[in-house]
Design a protein around this ligand. Structure first.
Ligand SMILES: [Zn+2]
Length: 692
């Protein structure tokens, strides 16, 4: 007999262990021929991470797809794994060391890396256990880590491939530099914080005595960072700016330094900013660098990697930037070059890891030439070989690929894939290795059976924030190395926000831990409630009451099952693949079978269209309102009257509902399936036949 109340705590772990024992997460152990393949790679979470709502939603969507395809007879593979998360992990272990009063520098590289590996062994698997709690049918026998031995081989192979093709080069380039992390950061790792600052207006005298400009023998520039003027190599105005028509081509004298610098016209200068005339500091500003290349200006580095002034007049040499700023302003004022100071709201670039204010510096780095690769990646989406769902996210992808600079792939940290060149101390950008994820996890560069069977993968489910960092790079890496696209669809899952529409963040206290929800309501209810809230490409404003609704729904299913089982004690039924809607059936029976047929059709379409919320809703309404409210009520009468089909219809509709619901709420559907009195029962509902 079946218990009165459904208790997910008694069921979920037990069922997960049962699934592991069946081996059905592993495609090689699935029964039947299964000629068609379906594969997904789990976006590898950082080993430093723990499951957040974004992961929970992302993984539930993938599990729905994989479970449905498995029941549809596909040979299904969903690969798990974790990312070594270079800077994130290094910072985490450094914090641990700090508590012991040590630094990584004291420890030395080798000892430090041992500590990181210890950390990885201890904590790296936590997030994977959480995916199990959620019910994810990942093939754990194929679990990968971006720093495991074979993965490292793949990364080295990729590096050498690019290197030999001349696509990797060392160059002085501007980078975002965090002096605290002693590391360069990609543009995408830079965050911004608002702060009150100033706009200083500075006079730059004009050199020529015979100037036609009678009223004014100087030009005023505005800047938020006066100390960088020591590295100026030009003054620039917009060619359309009539105020400065007569200035272009003249020479200005850089105050405090007495360097002669040209006044140039460049269309990238913002007429609205300050006076419309700006100082050009090519070594410490991306736009100025670009301008300097166009106008062949020298680049003079005046700030070093410790944030100290270099290549400047003696009095400023060695000062840190803030001291230098104070002193430069003081001198400018004293010598009459300072015109005025205005308050100005700054948008300061900060390190996404440690929030240190970043400097832009020229530095020796390794770069990957992006030009041709980006073009290939654009083509893959333009041609429809890779499709974004929702389609509008293509724009982010195209915009970035169309404008991106060469990829700075080196990082001055210790934890990561060391660049395999003699004497090289830097490691590769974490995203360099994750860009290989869809194929390196299948055994590439070896020509493995898995690669042959499961590549390209079918769907990538990910968030919009890493379309550039990750998706675009996987696409061009795959085309470069395997001459094909890594996946057919990129489903961009909604961002999970708070009910008020704010970002969920642990540190802001606005985060919700999915593990708490699972503890409170069970994994099925959590999954169902989350998926219910996925609506046509919109962000998800998380509402916990919907999870409660998911729990009520599970109870409803349980009660309907109890009722059904009570009606049919001691008998086993042969349930047909599809029950004919014949005239012998009662009106109520015909109606519920018709409604089921319609629901099957709709839900199949919903899942095909990635409309997961609608799928959940349709199943809910069918089960609750048509099956429970209507047919179950009718069946009571029918059974009393001895109708010969009533029990079979009951069991048939219940079974088909469970199969349809299984991808959404896998635990309870399996638990019930195991209790059904079926003659032709499979080992697990996971391999039941999906209705069409
Ligand atoms: Zn930092």
């Amino acid at each position: 007999m079946i218990e009165k109340v459904y208790d997910p705590k008694k069921v979920e772990d037990k069922i997960y262990q049962f699934w592991l024992k069946t081996g059905f997460f592993n495609p090689d152990k699935l029964p039947g021929k299964r000629k068609k393949k379906f594969s997904i790679v789990l976006p590898p979470p950082n080993i430093t991470g723990s499951l957040h709502m974004g992961h929970a939603l992302n993984a539930t969507i993938q599990d729905i797809l994989i479970r449905q395809k498995r029941m549809q007879g596909f040979k299904t593979l969903w690969i798990p794994g974790t990312d070594h998360a270079g800077i994130a992990t290094q910072v985490k272990v450094e914090k641990e060391l700090k508590k012991e009063g040590k630094t990584r520098i004291e420890l030395g590289r080798e000892k430090f890396l041992e500590r990181v590996w210890d950390w990885v062994k201890k904590y790296g698997g936590i997030i994977l256990e959480q995916f199990k709690k959620l019910g994810c049918s990942l093939d754990w026998s194929r679990n990968r880590f971006t720093m495991d031995e074979k993965y490292c081989e793949a990364v080295n192979y990729a590096f050498w491939h690019y290197y030999k093709k001349g696509l990797i080069y060392k160059g002085k380039r501007l980078i975002n530099w965090c002096k605290r992390c002693e590391s360069s950061l990609s543009d995408l790792e830079v965050e911004y914080k608002k702060e009150k600052g100033n706009l200083w207006y500075i006079k730059y005298p004009i050199k020529s005595q015979k100037s036609k400009i009678k009223s004014q023998n100087y030009i005023v520039v505005a800047t938020t960072r006066p100390e960088t003027m020591l590295g100026d190599t030009a003054v620039a105005v917009n060619p359309k700016d009539k105020r400065y028509k007569d200035f272009v081509g003249k020479i200005a004298i850089l105050p405090l330094v007495n360097r002669e610098i040209p006044i140039i016209a460049d269309q990238r200068v913002d007429i609205e900013f300050g006076t419309g005339a700006v100082k050009v500091t090519p070594a410490h500003d991306f736009l100025d660098y670009e301008i300097s290349l166009r106008h062949k200006l020298p680049q003079i580095q005046v700030i070093d990697e410790e944030g100290k002034m270099i290549n400047v007049p003696k009095e400023f040499e060695g000062l840190d930037v803030f001291e230098a700023r104070r002193k430069v302003v003081e001198r400018l004022e004293k010598e009459g070059f300072l015109v005025k100071v205005e308050p100005y709201e700054l948008s300061l670039p900060i390190c996404y890891r440690c929030e240190e204010i970043l400097e832009v510096l020229p530095s020796e780095q390794w770069f990957l030439k992006i030009g041709r690769l980006a073009k290939e990646a654009i083509k893959a989406v333009k041609s429809g070989k890779v499709k974004f769902v929702p389609k509008r996210f293509e724009k982010i992808y195209f915009d970035w690929l169309g404008s991106t600079r060469d990829w700075c792939i080196s990082r001055q940290i210790w934890w990561g894939h060391k660049i395999p060149l003699k004497g090289e101390e830097a490691v590769l950008d974490t995203w360099f290795s994750s860009a290989l994820w869809p194929f390196a996890t299948l055994g590439w560069p070896k020509k493995t059976k898995d690669l042959k069977n499961f590549y390209p993968t079918d769907v990538l489910v990910t968030g919009r924030d890493i379309i550039n960092l990750w998706v675009a790079r996987m696409v061009f890496s795959s085309i470069e190395f395997l001459k094909k696209e890594p996946f057919k669809y990129v489903f961009i899952n909604p961002t999970v926000l708070t009910k008020e529409g704010k970002r969920m963040s642990k540190s802001l206290g606005t985060g919700i831990d999915p593990m708490d929800l699972i503890e409170k309501y069970g994994a099925d209810a959590t999954r169902f409630g989350l998926i219910w809230q996925v609506k046509a490409g919109q962000d998800l404003r998380f509402d916990e009451s919907v999870i409660q609704m998911g729990k009520k729904f599970c109870n409803k299913i349980w009660n309907a099952t109890r009722y059904t089982l009570i009606q049919i004690p001691n008998s086993k039924f042969q349930i047909p693949k599809e029950m004919r809607i014949s005239r012998k059936l009662t009106k109520a029976q015909r109606e519920i079978l018709k409604a089921l047929k319609k629901t099957i059709k709709t839900v199949n379409k919903n899942l095909k269209d990635f409309e997961f919320g609608k799928g959940a809703e349709n199943l809910y309404h069918f089960f609750w309102h048509q099956f429970c409210d209507k047919y179950i009520e009718e069946s009571k009468k029918e059974i009393k009257e001895g109708n010969p089909f009533a029990k079979k219809v009951l069991l048939y509709v219940l079974l088909k509902s469970l199969i349809l619901l299984h991808p959404f709420i896998p635990f309870i559907t399996e638990e019930i399936y195991q209790k059904l009195p079926l003659k032709n029962k499979k080992t697990s509902i996971m391999i039941e036949t999906w209705p069409t």
